[in-house]
Design a protein around this ligand. Sequence first.
Ligand code: SAM
Length: 239
Amino acid sequence: MNTYIAAAVVGMDKVPLSNLEHPGEDLAMDPAACKFMAAFVRALGAKKVLEFGSGFSTLMMARELAAQEGNYLLSIDDSPRYSALAREAFETSGCQAKVEFRLAPLRPRFYGPRLLSSYSLPKGLLEALGPFDLVLIDTPHHDFGREAIFYDAFKAVMPGGYIVMDDANREPAEKICVRSWTAAYGEAVDPVLLEGIGNGLCVVEKLEEARPRFSGRGALSASFKTIRGLGRLLLHPEP
Ligand SMILES: C[S@@+](CC[C@H](N)C(=O)[O-])C[C@H]1O[C@@H](n2cnc3c(N)ncnc32)[C@H](O)[C@@H]1O
């Protein structure tokens, strides 16, 4: 196994996390997944982290980042309520890391023939704030699909950096995402599935810069799911 991933798997048991502090699995990543992310930040010596899905994971990673000079964590969410809760938890924690919370609505966008949901951010913003050593994808809720988040994040990660997706054991949604990413980037990415941590973590190393080749395979069903998910979001907006 990759040495950084192995070091994080070994180190995660030493990451302190009390049951009283964890807000519960309805709201946050599984405690083991949170511990892995903290240990992975440490193993990589990461300075810059990008996160999609603000919450308890933000604080867990920020605590590890705080020791690094020039640290920065950008945490993006579409829900004003959950972004504000994450910000409040971070600000009252006393953690000294530099963390920026940003709200961005979900919008449909074509990636080749695939109509996917992605966060509406100013063009080039992620690249300008990066390059990031590590990205965590833990949103949007599975009805909206996580495929496009990877394509947007990839450009802002340095070669040798990592993109981690939570809930990777989930059939078929997240498993389809990983297949689509591998098809799009080929040998430029190296995905590893950590099935036994929380609901599964997919840890993808970016080996080199590459332009994605978006496949037509499954494009119709991906596009349909995007329209259905965004339709639901319009009817029941995130609080
Ligand atoms: C489950 S949260 C996890 C966030 C963070 N990574 C963590 O570990 O705490 C992922 C997404 O779900 C949304 N969310 C959180 N709780 C929710 C709830 N009870 N109902 C609907 N959406 C929720 C948030 O806006 C966020 O985009």
